[in-house]
Design a protein around this ligand. Structure first.
Ligand code: ATP
Ligand code: MG
Length: 414
């Protein structure tokens, strides 16, 4: 993409009403715009990151047999009355002109269960797994953590349906592995812990994927020795590690980037969702649900991967992998070479942002490039072009290499 065509403008100053680092960095570099607290627009750069995260998740969930659907965001209140969740505090209520009560979807158990009930009748139809990327609406009391806690946000929600708990347990482990692959590809694996959390009213434990971060709203205890992690909601803070019995539990602030729940028959019982089993009897369908907030994941990456210049994106989810910066554009051969390099990279299907703006000084271009945080930067300048070279800089390490123009593609190592 040509940067001269990008309609967004970066901000010189950090927005004064935004206290969270993720939102400050993202707003300043032109990834998102704040409409009001907890509600943001994804600008072209931000949407590119979200789409990349979405694709990583889609690949990994398809790999564990997820079938993608897209369920509505408007839900009948009646379905929530049926599950007893009509009074949960985050619900946004609304109604049809005729007066029928509706809510804005805060999660989709109340929709997915009646949906699957129409299709799943026998043990032969199980197991099955459906998922979606959908906007959720939650009337969160406080929304001060930028895109970590939105009042409207994108979630990947996966629901699995099984004949018995044994089958659920097996799939639950597969989802754990898929989540670790997702967080690895998004660059946060090193600081993300599978954490024991409360199971709500329907299971002894659930698991959260918690990423250590000072901006986190959660507190977890991590065992220094065996790496077991437990949410503070369910631990006696005086206790030794329940796994290796050492006194090494250390408290950390963290962000819940995802969670997985064994719902068992909680929602299927509410809707009388049963199948005929092998013995010809009716039995409750057993369920699991598994969430990841896309915006929260993006915000987490920003919180833990930045320096004083700006964001440093992991390569799989960078808005662009390569950022070409032209300086000395009044020089004809710089212009011609820059265009050639840009076209070559496009032909190679490399994601590239091309700073062809005529009205910006080199210092401004470099500073904005650091804020945006693409993986590699190619600087095309008069001095280097005369020697047949360009400068390639790695955003994460700061390493600089001078590369022959013909060897750019090999040297990029994307
Ligand atoms: P939290 O404890 O942070 O309020 P939750 O336990 O209510 O979240 P779920 O309903 O299980 O979360 O949602 C699944 C995932 O969706 C969470 O793990 C998180 O990644 C994301 N998520 C939840 N609430 C928000 C929010 N307000 N803004 C952005 N992402 C969210
Ligand atoms: Mg939670």
């Amino acid at each position: 993409m040509r940067q001269s065509q990008l309609f967004t403008k970066s901000l010189k100053q950090v927005p004064s009403d935004e206290t969270s680092l993720n939102a400050q960095l993202l707003i300043q570099a032109g990834f998102i715009d704040k409409l009001f607290s907890g509600v943001y627009t994804l600008l072209p750069l931000g949407l590119r990151v979200i789409k990349k995260i979405e694709n990583v998740i889609r690949e990994e969930i398809n790999n564990i047999d997820g079938q993608e659907v897209y369920m509505p965001a408007l839900h009948p209140l009646q379905n929530y009355i049926q599950t007893g969740r009509q009074d949960i505090d985050v619900l946004f209520n609304t109604e049809l002109k005729g007066g029928s009560k509706l809510v804005l979807g805060q999660s989709h158990e109340e929709v997915v269960v009646p949906l699957m009930q129409k299709h799943i009748h026998s043990y032969k139809d199980l197991p099955t797994k459906v998922y979606q990327f959908q906007t959720k609406f939650r009337n969160e009391l406080r929304a001060k953590s930028g895109i970590l806690r939105g009042r409207e946000f994108m979630m990947k929600d996966l629901y699995s349906f099984h004949l018995d708990e044994e089958d659920l347990n097996e799939y639950y482990k597969l989802v754990q592995k898929a989540y670790f692959r997702i967080f690895k590809r998004c660059g946060i694996l090193g600081s993300t812990y599978l954490t024991f959390a409360s199971g709500g009213s329907f299971s002894q434990f659930s698991h959260e994927f918690q990423t250590l971060c000072v901006a986190g709203e959660d507190n977890i205890y991590v065992c220094d020795k065996c790496n077991l992690a437990i949410n503070e909601e369910i631990i006696d803070v005086q206790s030794d590690c329940p796994n290796c019995k050492t006194k090494k539990l250390i408290k950390h602030k963290s962000i819940e980037v995802g969670n997985i729940f064994k719902l068992k028959n909680k929602f299927s019982a509410s809707f009388d969702f049963q199948v005929t089993n092998q013995n010809g009897e009716q039995s409750d369908v057993i369920m699991g649900c598994y969430g990841i907030g896309l915006g929260r994941l993006m915000g987490t990456v920003v919180e833990i991967s930045n320096d004083k210049e700006g964001i440093i994106w992991p390569k799989e989810i960078a808005p662009f992998n390569v950022h070409i910066i032209l300086i000395n554009q009044d020089n004809e051969s710089v212009k011609v070479r820059g265009e050639e390099i840009y076209q070559n990279l496009l032909d190679m299907k490399i994601d590239v942002l091309y700073d062809d703006r005529l009205d910006s000084r080199p210092g401004e271009k470099f500073s904005l490039a650091d804020k945006i945080g693409c993986t590699k930067r190619i600087i095309v300048s008069k001095k280097n072009i005369e020697k047949g070279l360009v400068e390639i800089k790695n955003r994460a390490t700061g390493e600089v290499e001078f590369v022959n123009i013909d060897e750019i593609v090999q040297k990029l190592q994307l």
